[in-house]
Design a protein around this ligand. Sequence first.
Ligand code: ZN
Length: 221
Amino acid sequence: MGGPESTTAEFVARRARFLRAAGIHRTHPVLLRQVHGAAVVPCPRPDETIEADGILLRDSDGEDVAPSIRTADCVPVLVADRRGRAAAVVHAGWRGTAAGITIVALQHLAEAGVEPGNTVVALGPSIGQCCYEVGRDVVEAVASASGGEASAMTVTRGGGIYLDLHEALGLQLTGTGIPAASIHRAPWCTSCRGDLFYSYRREGAAAGRQMASIAFKGASP
Ligand SMILES: [Zn+2]
């Protein structure tokens, strides 16, 4: 789906096709310059390029914008208020998870009047524990930011440590008061499923990107 700088007709058409398939085709995608940080910003205009890794969408932003995150192994996290007042989209790789970006997003939602118990969350396709070999420093950073034991989110295989980022994010989210039953996890590994997804681990820096978007449903016909 390209980045904010990918403005050729091909990329614009791809994003429009994706939003149409999602039933929010009257929206404009809003993209960030993603930096693996913990900043969550109010929804920029579609022609702005802001450096951050999460966007807060409020009902006052209207129905014509679709805050969007691009990933190729990191976890796209979508959070929505069940009562439809606000939502957030977050880019959470290990660095963002260790920096607590989903917790930051929940704080912004709380300031918008959204209780964690009234949210529904989607953890999108990302690299699975099957393929996500990481160093001990990564495990320690993610575990300490998640309030869980490293052993609850890792397996050791052939001398390597494999991290389950969805599990770490799930612990962070339930720690804020979101019911576990409200957290939905995509079952695919982006590295294993080359038939469906781009993957940084599999393809390197030139890998394409998935896009995850959220918008108010009133934007659909
Ligand atoms: Zn895999």
